[in-house]
Design a binder for this molecule. Structure first.
Ligand SMILES: [Zn+2]
Length: 97
């Protein structure tokens, strides 16, 4: 799935991450690289929190619908995650295992 996401983003060299529930799946990105890139980590954690807020089905249904409606970059859930990249508190809401 992360590979598909990377392909869709046209960023297969840059790697990708995709969140299902509480797990961040990585493709061509290491755990260490993600943990060292705080804005990137905050972005993915924002999606984990969206899952918790919306529920599994709610997240996926909403995300797919909004992606079709607005496209990836203008998807409000992506904009929320992009804004979270500057959120100094967001990582306090999760435990990274
Ligand atoms: Zn995102």
């Amino acid at each position: 799935m992360a590979r598909i996401a990377a392909f869709n983003l046209g960023a297969s060299d840059a790697g990708a991450a995709i969140v299902f529930g509480k797990t961040i799946y990585l493709y061509k990105v290491t755990r260490e690289q993600l943990l060292a890139n705080i804005p990137y980590l905050r972005h993915e954690v924002a999606h984990v929190l969206q899952y918790q807020r919306e529920g599994w089905f709610g997240f996926l249904a909403k995300y797919v619908w909004l992606s079709i409606r607005f496209g990836y970059r203008k998807n409000p859930m992506e904009i929320e995650a992009q804004n979270a990249q500057n959120d100094k508190e967001i990582l306090n809401q999760v435990t990274i295992l």
